[in-house]
Design a binder for this molecule. Structure first.
Ligand SMILES: [Zn+2]
Length: 97
């Protein structure tokens, strides 16, 4: 999991947040509470892979996207496309004792 850098435009605070790749960026500043926080990503900095073998310069490379896909699929397992459910509703026993 990468660490993201955030900057608050309201109070000027810089901070890091340890987040899943698939997590949404936060908006609220933990320092002043205003929703003026932006994630410093795409500016060449702002993503640091700690202890995962990645370098921050790789964050737009193919390996990054593959890692992102991997995390995404790990976090949210896809439901099976083909429905294996029987269409009949009479599978449940309805007799009560
Ligand atoms: Zn702030």
């Amino acid at each position: 999991m990468p660490t993201y850098e955030y900057h608050c435009d309201a109070c000027g605070a810089d901070f890091e947040l340890f987040q899943q790749i698939t997590a949404s960026p936060i908006k609220k500043c933990p320092q002043c509470g205003k929703r003026r926080v932006r994630r410093l990503i795409g500016a060449g900095a702002g993503i640091i892979f700690k202890g995962s073998g990645f370098y921050h310069t790789d964050y737009r490379s193919e390996s990054y996207h593959k890692a992102a896909e991997k995390e995404k699929s790990a976090a949210k397992p896809k439901p099976a496309k083909d429905s294996t459910k029987p269409k009949t509703d009479s599978t449940k026993p309805t007799d009560k004792k």
